[in-house]
Design a protein around this ligand. Structure first.
Ligand code: NAD
Length: 490
């Protein structure tokens, strides 16, 4: 086992990589442009980062192309060992990485530590998968030939990631892409480019050759990503972000018929039946709602509670939410940090206001505290009307709207009334009911008596407008491989 902690060293902003990372080198943007990275706890500027242009994007694709043949031909065992070293380096630098995530994203330090551990696991998991990209040989039904199927790297990948898990959303793509033998350009979210650049350095130290992984922060993300998707050398897009941007990129990718994996928005229902272990349900609700202060695609967005236990569940949840300490994430005594930026906090405020105006009651929270930074108080809303926007849109903040139901059929119907289908949660003491309801829920994942589904060994992904494709598990590697069939005369 690698060391789990390094000697604690304070994070020094001056030591961070803040240029583009292309062809194994830190380079400025072609036009010299830079943009600010802001600390959400204070609203002040942490540092500036090079702002990639279309010209830089093409240079990054050039670098990925130059490295492609050699990386694809590198023995899988060697690729596996590099990934394993990346896991070990991430684990050894967990303290610094967690601080960096908190600094630019705002999340509480405990959440950032959780993210680093989760993110590093993708490197370990795919170090183990790299040697298992198996093909097949079968006899054709006619008996005249053999059907030989090879799994080959899909080619140059464009990876676009969001700000809410700046390390894990990157490793969930980089891990399988490296294991499969692909080269890539990662475009991180503009709110959190520093973590992605820190990952570039880790990968370099782990032995990833120059040009295999390129990192291109860019505020003009539309133009930069579009230029890459229209470059005929690019064969794969893996995007994690909002459904709105996902739709734009699917259209962009259509021109070159690029292979797409889309991890998009969610609107997770959290069902609590009267026969559930209520303590477990409240624990699960706290994880499903409050991990990352609610800024997760998997965040429980709508709580459906059987009417006979709704008061008791709400009371216990409100008590737990009220006890949370809110404040700067770098202070380890705080459990809830600020939201990532002012727009996000303002959107949460607007959704809560809309629900309250339509008749909902805030039993705890319900406002933005008067302090610097982009905070929102942990909130529980009761008597939320079914047509409130808060039940239809991703809240992306620490707010739990509660609605009651009378029976199983109604719970399933309400849960499925959404265009999203990422994850659902079910709490019940009856296993048969749990499995029956899980099967009926229209989502790619279900947490059954569990508030956390994310696991590098499992296929993460959604149905409906939550996306296309799966990340994690052996399934995640298939997205970076292309089957080639050879008909062999026998
Ligand atoms: P976003 O869609 O605004 O941005 C995601 C990424 O796309 C960022 O890198 C951004 O710079 C880039 N981008 C924005 N507009 C673009 C354009 N026109 N062309 C090309 N790139 C563009 O999402 P966000 O606010 O960063 O992240 C939050 C969203 O991500 C939520 O909807 C959340 O549910 C979703 N998300 C989904 C998953 C999942 O696995 N399903 C995981 C995490 C987050």
């Amino acid at each position: 086992m690698p060391e789990t902690t390094s000697a604690p060293s304070p994070l020094r902003v001056a030591d961070l990589l803040t240029d583009l990372y292309v062809g194994g080198k830190a380079v400025p943007a072609a036009d010299g442009g830079r943009f600010d990275v802001v600390d959400p706890a204070t609203g002040s500027v942490i540092t500036t980062v090079a702002d990639g242009t279309v010209q830089d994007a093409i240079a990054a694709v050039d670098a990925a192309e130059q490295a492609a043949a050699e990386w694809a031909a590198t023995p899988p065992r060697q690729r596996a060992e590099i990934l394993r070293r990346a896991f070990e380096l991430m684990t050894a630098q967990a303290d610094d990485l967690a601080r960096l995530i908190t600094l630019e994203n705002g999340k509480a330090l405990a959440d950032a530590h959780g993210e680093v551990a989760y993110a590093a696991e993708f490197f370990r998991w795919y170090s183990e998968e790299a040697v298992r990209a198996t093909g097949e040989v079968v006899t054709a039904p006619s008996g005249t030939n053999k059907i030989l199927v090879l799994q080959q790297p899909v080619g140059i990948c464009v990876l676009v990631t969001p700000w809410n898990f700046p390390a894990a959303m990157a490793t969930r793509k980089i891990g399988p892409a490296l294991a499969a033998g692909c080269t890539m350009v990662l475009k991180p979210a503009s709110d959190t480019p520093l973590t992605a650049l820190a990952m570039a350095r880790i990968l370099q130290d782990a032995g990833v050759p120059a040009g295999v992984v390129n990192v291109l922060p860019a505020r003009r993300s539309g133009a930069v990503v579009s230029a890459m998707l229209h470059d005929p050398r690019v064969r794969k897009l893996s995007f994690t972000g909002s459904t709105e941007v996902g739709r734009i990129l699917l259209r962009e990718a259509a021109d070159q018929v690029i292979n797409c994996s889309m991890e998009l928005g969610g609107n997770a229902p959290f069902l609590v039946f009267a026969d559930a272990d209520l303590d477990a349900a409240v624990d699960g609700a706290m994880v499903a709602k409050m991990r990352n202060a609610g800024e997760a695609c998997t965040a429980a967005n709508r709580f459906y509670v059987e009417a006979s236990i709704a008061d008791e569940f709400s009371r216990r949840l409100a008590e737990r939410m009220k006890a949370l300490r809110v404040g700067p994430g770098l202070d380890e005594t705080n459990q809830v940090g600020p939201l990532v930026n002012d727009d996000t906090a303002a959107k949460v405020e607007e959704l809560v206001r809309g629900a309250v105006d339509a008749g909902a009651k805030a039993v705890v929270g319900g406002r933005r505290p008067e302090r610097e930074g982009f905070y929102y108080e942990p909130t529980v809303l009761l008597d939320v009307t079914p047509d409130s926007p808060i039940l239809k849109e991703e809240i992306f903040g620490p707010v739990a709207p509660i609605v009651t139901f009378e029976d199983e059929a109604e719970a399933i119907r309400q849960a499925n009334t959404t265009e999203y289908g990422l994850v659902s949660y079910v709490f019940t003491g009856d296993l048969a009911r749990g499995l029956r309801v899980s099967e009926a829920l229209d989502s790619g994942m279900v947490g059954l008596n569990r508030g956390l589904v994310s696991d590098p060994a499992a296929p993460f992904g959604g149905t409906k407008q939550s996306g296309v494709g799966r990340e994690g598990g052996h399934h995640g590697m298939l997205d970076y491989l292309e089957a080639k069939y050879i008909a062999v005369q026998w």
